[in-house]
Write a protein of this length. Structure first.
Length: 289
């Protein structure tokens, strides 16, 4: 019974194994990025950047149809362009960076939807907006795995200055010039992982496996390393459980994954040992003199 419920879908169907491999790769690379987005109070920036890649992917679709490399390349260019333009606007005008990003992401989302609608059908539009992780092929998996490897290697290089910047950015600027390059590399990694998520979960849900696991981890650990481990584990668990739910209940796989992650988040808010509501309502006994 348990085998049929939890294991059989992956042993019997290759597309389920591909989807599981893809979601694990997304979890390993994207969840740590989400933790640092949360610690830097940039969670909504990640959501805005997810929408920003749509015009580039849409132009790639307009030129080559559902071509993996055209849409990947277009999404990367669009994401980097929006990140750079919003930074330029924020530094040369009185508009804050979050407001600049909001403006660019709304324009990007509208432009991308318009481009896809002009060339494709409603099915193509749904594929771009919501993805289809069950349709991952070998080429897409290789791209996701390559981007995940690049992310992990780059994170290993910038990990220390990234942690210091989260804790005390003024101190980092005082003792090192690594702050600006670290921020640029980190934003590049955000774009790369959003493009990764785009292929599996679509534009609207790509940021889900980055931000929700980070929020879950915040309720279970105070240590950054611990938060990263919890975030990766919860993202992978959400992916696995979402795929199983999708298979047995017949619901769309991408939304099912994000709904499972949302349920884990609610559980963490209630029962998390670091700031969970039950911990606050019923605190344990403190040391007595």
């Amino acid at each position: 019974m348990i085998h049929d419920l939890l294991i059989a879908p992956f042993t019997e169907f290759e597309f389920m194994r591909r989807a599981l491999a893809g979601v694990v790769a997304l979890s390993i690379a994207g969840a740590p990025i989400g933790v640092f987005l949360m610690l830097r109070r940039m969670s909504l920036v990640g959501d805005a950047m997810a929408h920003a890649i749509l015009p580039g992917a849409a132009i790639g679709f307009l030129i080559s149809g559902l071509n993996l490399f055209a849409m990947t390349f277009g999404g990367l260019i669009a994401g980097f362009a929006v990140a750079i333009l919003s930074g330029v606007v924020a530094r040369n005008t009185e508009l804050k960076e979050d407001a600049a990003l909001a403006t660019f992401y709304l324009a990007s989302l509208a432009l991308g939807v318009t481009i896809v609608s002009m060339r494709g059908t409603n099915i193509d539009l749904l594929h771009v907006l919501f993805g289809n992780i069950l349709a991952l092929d070998d080429q897409t998996l290789l791209v996701i795995a390559f981007n995940a490897t690049v992310t992990l290697l780059a994170m290993a290089v910038i990990y220390r200055p990234l942690v210091v910047e989260c804790v005390d950015p003024v101190f980092l600027r005082t003792v090192s010039r690594a702050g600006a390059p670290t921020h640029l590399v980190f934003m590049a990694l955000v774009v790369i992982n959003l493009v990764n998520g785009f292929h599996a979960l679509g534009t609207l849900l790509a940021v889900g496996l980055m931000i929700l696991p980070a929020g879950i981890a915040r309720f279970w650990s105070r240590d950054i390393t611990g938060m990263i481990l919890v975030a990766v584990a919860s993202a992978a668990l959400s992916g696995y459980a979402g795929l199983v739910l999708s298979y047995h209940a017949g619901v769309p796989s991408g939304p099912a994954i994000i709904l499972v992650a949302s349920a884990l988040y609610v559980v963490s808010v209630l029962f998390g040992r670091v700031g969970g509501l039950l911990r606050q309502w019923f605190p344990g006994r403190h040391l007595e003199a």
